[in-house]
Design a protein. Structure first.
Length: 125
């Protein structure tokens, strides 16, 4: 009886630890692969920004020198780096030709920005 109790306790403990780990993988698949990039804005619309990629994380490297269209959502944050601070801006404050850095995710070939920062130092990954 005691062996059975120990085995059941072990199974319950392993199950409790496995469920959050499996849920994290589902979240990751939904969110896609995270990316960072820096580049120059080539076009702006209400729903997307096109950027000529200058530098970026590993997932972006095959697009260096190319233009990517990055989708915007209601939760995309827009920022501007100023000396000693970073301030919140809007999409309307961005201009074609401006240098930006972006963070976001790519899933099923769709690039989506979570944050766009204008006037940031162009980071080389």
């Amino acid at each position: 009886m005691r062996k059975l109790f120990c085995v059941l306790l072990l199974v319950v403990m392993l199950s409790v630890g496995a469920v959050p780990a499996l849920a994290a993988n589902v979240d990751s698949a939904k969110r896609g692969t995270l990316f960072n990039l820096s580049g120059e804005i080539t076009a702006i619309s209400d729903t997307s920004i096109s950027v000529k990629v200058m530098t970026g994380s590993a997932v972006v490297r095959s697009s260096l020198g190319k233009t990517l269209t990055i989708q915007l959502t209601g939760s995309t944050r827009f920022l501007r780096k100023i000396p000693g601070s970073t301030v919140t801006i809007t999409l309307d404050d961005l201009e074609v030709g401006e240098k930006v850095s972006m963070q976001g995710s790519v899933a099923s070939g769709v690039w989506t920005a979570t944050r766009i920062t204008a006037d940031a130092k162009l980071i080389h990954w």
